[in-house]
Design a protein around this ligand. Structure first.
Ligand code: 3AM
Length: 186
């Protein structure tokens, strides 16, 4: 199973983000595909193809780690593109930095995964919420980012981490299925 761990937001926050992506962003960048409202999340680590035995170990360790942690407040703010605004593959909403609670959550989750045997490249954690995946023909989106990002300013709370399975569908979309939910202590 192809898996990843993500921070999950409340229904209200996902709805607010989806209103921006499906109305303003989709209108300005019609060559992109909005991430569905129920799929909006903040990826902490991508773990890739993983067997069920490893998932069981991971789940046990994460439950211990995360029950001892508190929920995290953050501000979703601004917008950007990966790899860049000239050749965008992904448009995302950002998180106001620094947020030591979020960075520490991500570090601890990654450490537990490494202890189990997962390895990661050395890229720094760049917290973001993917709003749209772009087609190759999208072109420079700097002006779109500029016009949409002023609408992105939401207070949000992360009260759980979710282990998702990711499945590629024939139409190119991804289906994300929650396999386990780890509530953070309050
Ligand atoms: O949540 P976002 O959209 O930022 O891009 C993929 C997505 O990120 C990322 O994992 C999330 C769930 O699919 N992803 C997919 N394959 C990846 C890989 N090989 C990857 N991240 C790193 N390495």
């Amino acid at each position: 199973m192809r898996i990843f761990l993500a921070a999950e937001f409340s229904r209200e926050v996902r709805k607010d983000l989806f209103v921006i992506s499906s109305r303003k962003l989709q209108h300005a960048a019609p060559l992109g595909r909005c991430v569905l409202e129920e799929n909006l999340h903040l990826t902490l680590v991508f773990l890739g193809e993983t067997g069920t035995e490893t998932i069981a170990v991971l789940t046990h360790q994460l439950r211990k780690l995360l029950a001892a942690r508190r929920s995290i407040s953050l501000q979703i703010s601004g917008m950007g593109a990966f790899p860049d605004a000239v050749n965008p593959r992904v448009l995302w909403a950002g998180v106001q930095q620094p947020n030591e609670h979020l960075s520490s959550l991500q570090r601890d989750v990654e450490r537990v995964c490494k202890e189990i045997g997962f390895s990661f490249d050395a890229r720094p954690f760049h917290p973001h919420i993917t709003l749209m995946r772009c087609s190759r023909k999208q072109g420079d989106v700097s002006h779109i980012i500029e016009s949409c990002q002023e609408n992105i300013r939401f207070e949000a709370v992360i009260s759980s981490v979710v282990l998702f399975a990711s499945q590629s569908l024939p139409d190119g979309r991804s289906r994300y299925t929650p396999i386990a939910i780890y509530p953070l202590g309050s």
